[in-house]
Write a protein of this length. Structure first.
Length: 764
């Protein structure tokens, strides 16, 4: 529990920051970086209650705990830095954090400088990272005189599960790079000149490219080891752990094996790799390999700031053209945009911004800069910080309205002058490779960015309106990973039915619901369960949303004739075990999916129907033979998304007797035991309130589901071309939980509100 004094200090600092228009950072011993510490001496830092955090060669980020310093003349050492063209960026931090961060000046875990080796040293043979702790002589490789390097063909093997890896070593690679390419730093030398790196795919050209890039840019030597996925998974967990002390680092030499014996490793790590790569910008090139790594490390790592909050209605700012500090991009936006794109600065938004947009004041200040690339970058960064799924840029008669879709609801975040619309639209078009001069027709595109330390995929749609072009950007966080079915909201009977259906070797699993109801997320969660080394999984998607290692994802392109139906024909010649079809849109695709299921393939797909029972009549309407539907469909899952109540402010409420009776009537028809047992308990509901944590009373979303099994009786009804209502009635008698019933149970459990449930199920 936080100390009351610390909380008081944080509150006072936060108030001061608001008055001074500065940001607040929370920092610790690991926040100050060596290259920054070298610029301000420890005695001066302690005297003036400040600490340098990061330095990229031009910009120095400094945190201070005494706001009064800003009302006095700048100290001589800060003036000297300014004379050297060092740009100072000031932030406030609590005194307790500053005291902790100042300990970074004491014997450090990261090298501040390493002298260049002398000519005599260059002539000496390379030595191992350090001497073994025990007096025993280290075992040299049988045939390999030096450790494996980036260019070596024979690579020693290391088992990371038997090592405790120091966090300062692990974090030399950003988490996303480590996870994506299956490689981690697990040992560092005392002099900061050598690093031991374990990789899964040691012969992957991209992996070799990244490692060579790291060697060249950091002036270090990498010793390469091969490992497996299990080892990497264990190592990746270390990113979320507290730093390992030197005394706890394992010295188990048996964890390394090789065709040629690997050298012994020193168990303790004192210093880190010298000269980390930090530049203010990055060249675009291809977004992979070394460029991928560079984009993730060019921007100095910032200490976390206060959690992002969306503005209230009263806080939404209206920016006037006179508020813009720069209007250079308004007159000839295309020229400016093309220049920027040519320089390749579009994809690393962190490099453009210099920091994550994590609060509204910073967002508004960045927009007022008037710099078009920064404005677009800040929109994406702030939307990502808020967990938004979509960004809407909408022209009006007098201004441009910008709205974010948060938890399924659109919320206005800022109003911009109309003069900004053309350059903003041009900027987005450039990034997504659309035609800038085409304003009469709708256009669709996409682009990837690195922002807030994460990879974000943006799907772009432009639409001509009477007042100008409207732009919608959908955000997909690639680093979020595939969720489990339980995390989505599937539970009890529904979860059991889905799990059992996925165990069948062939048949069709259908997910139904309107657009934006989470169908693709559910399919991806299923693929995560089915993904094994002994199966061939191929997907047909439009677009590819979640990329899963081991799954062959295919993007259909109807404009050139590569439709779902055409793609499915080709996929079936690829010896698949499991096929995922993004959507069954027509009779041809439906027929091919049915045939695939009947010939021994497990097919996952989606349909647009209101409930699970409506899937069979819908397939009949697509002219699929009813007996084929009855034979091929295993299960149908209908779903909707509801907002989750905020745990911090949700309020318990007792429903009226009339409402209780209505809810009981809805649930009495169920034969499912856990629903019937809920009838005997007191009905307690919860409603949204709104607090500083959530503002709306809701935080996040979850699914409500109904899962229909293809039983013998439902098969007979399908063959008879029975109506949706007839199939639904039988399914409920056989133990199906309806969407509304599942929603009511979740409302009684306090996970969502009854209003949310009724809003998405009232027409069912």
């Amino acid at each position: 529990m936080a100390d009351q004094g610390d909380l008081k200090d944080l509150n006072s600092i936060t108030k001061a920051a608001k008055q001074l228009n500065l940001d607040v950072v929370r920092i610790d011993t690991s926040s100050p970086k060596p290259e920054a510490l070298k610029l301000i001496k420890e005695n001066l830092a302690r005297e003036y209650r400040l600490v340098p955090l990061t330095f990229d060669g031009k910009n120095l980020l400094v945190a201070l705990s005494d706001p009064n310093l800003l009302s006095k003349p700048a100290p001589a050492f800060l003036q000297d830095l300014k004379k050297k063209d060092v740009q100072l960026k000031l932030m406030l931090t609590p005194e307790a954090d500053l005291k902790q961060a100042l300990t970074a000046y004491q014997p450090q875990t990261v090298l501040t400088s390493t002298p260049e080796p002398s000519k005599a040293e260059l002539k000496r043979d390379d030595s191992p990272i350090s001497k073994p702790v025990t007096p025993k002589k280290a075992v040299e490789p049988a045939q390999q005189k030096v450790p494996a390097t980036v260019n070596s063909q024979e690579i020693p093997i290391v088992d990371l599960t038997k090592l405790n890896i120091a966090k300062n070593a692990l974090e030399k690679f950003p988490f996303e790079v480590a996870r994506k390419y299956g490689m981690v730093v697990f040992e560092l030398s005392d002099d900061g000149k050598q690093a031991s790196v374990a990789v899964i795919k040691d012969r992957d050209p991209k992996v070799r490219e990244i490692l060579k890039f790291v060697e060249e840019k950091n002036g270090i030597r990498i010793k390469l080891y091969k490992t497996n996925q299990q080892s990497i998974d264990v190592a990746l967990r270390g990113y979320g752990k507290k730093p390992i002390t030197q005394a706890n680092v394992s010295q188990d030499k048996k964890s390394i094996s090789s065709n040629e014996q690997a050298p012994a490793l020193k168990p303790s790590i004192k210093q880190a790799v010298n000269r980390p790569v930090q530049k203010p910008a990055v060249s675009q090139g291809e977004y992979s390999g070394a460029a991928d790594y560079q984009k993730k490390v060019t921007t100095p790592k910032k200490a976390p700031v206060v959690e992002a909050q969306a503005p209230t209605k009263d806080e939404v700012a209206t920016i006037k053209i006179s508020d813009l500090q720069s209007q250079a991009g308004l007159s000839s936006p295309q020229k400016e945009e093309n220049k920027d794109a040519a320089e390749g600065e579009g994809q690393n938004l962190d490099a453009i911004l210099g920091e994550s947009i994590s609060n509204y004041a910073l967002f508004e200040r960045t927009v007022k800069s008037g710099l078009i690339p920064k404005i677009v970058a800040s929109l994406v960064s702030y939307a990502g910080s808020l967990g938004s799924s979509d960004i809407h840029i909408e022209p009006g008669e007098e201004l441009v309205r910008v709205r974010f879709r948060i938890d399924g609801r659109l919320r206005e975040v800022i109003r911009l002058p109309l003069e900004l619309l053309p350059p903003l639209v041009s900027r987005v078009k450039i990034l997504s490779n659309l035609k800038i001069d085409e304003t009469r027709l709708p256009q669709d595109g996409r682009f990837d960015v690195f922002v807030n330390g994460r990879e974000i995929d943006l799907r772009v749609s432009t639409m001509p309106t009477a007042l100008g072009e409207k732009v919608v950007m959908r955000l997909l966080d690639k680093s979020g990973g595939v969720k489990k079915l339980e995390e989505l909201g599937l539970a009890a009977t529904n979860l059991t039915r889905v799990t059992e259906a996925l165990k069948k070797p062939y048949g069709i699993v259908l997910v139904t619901g309107p657009t934006g109801s989470g169908k693709s997320t559910t399919l991806s969660a299923m693929l995560g369960i089915l993904n094994r080394d002994d199966v061939n999984i191929i997907t047909l998607e439009d677009p590819v949303e979640y990329q899963i290692e081991g799954v062959n994802h295919t993007q259909v392109k109807p404009k050139i004739g590569y439709t779902f139906a055409e793609g499915l024909r080709s996929v079936l010649r690829q010896d698949p075990d499991i096929v995922m079809v993004g959507e069954i849109r027509d009779g041809e695709t439906a027929g091919l999916a049915t045939q695939a299921a009947l010939t021994g393939h497990l097919v996952l797909s989606t349909l647009h129907t209101n409930n699970a029972a409506g899937a069979m009549p819908r397939l009949v309407d697509m002219e699929v033979e009813p007996f084929l539907i009855a034979s091929s469909v295993n299960i149908v899952i209908a779903q909707r998304l509801v907002r989750k109540l905020c745990d911090q402010c949700k309020k318990e409420t007792k429903p009226s007797p009339e409402l209780v009776e209505e809810l009981k009537r809805e649930m009495e028809s169920s034969v499912v035991p856990y629903i019937k047992s809920a009838l005997s308990k007191e009905f307690v509901l919860y409603e949204a309130q709104g607090c500083a944590e959530c503002q709306t009373g809701y935080k996040g979303r979850m699914g409500i589901y109904e899962v229909l099994n293809m039983s013998e009786q439902i098969s007979r009804l399908t063959i008879k071309k029975a109506s949706t209502d007839s199939i639904d009635e039988v399914a409920l008698k056989e133990g199906m939980v309806s969407l509304k019933q599942d929603g009511i149970i979740k409302a009684l459990e306090g996970k969502t509100s009854l209003d949310e449930v009724l809003q998405v199920t009232s027409s069912d």
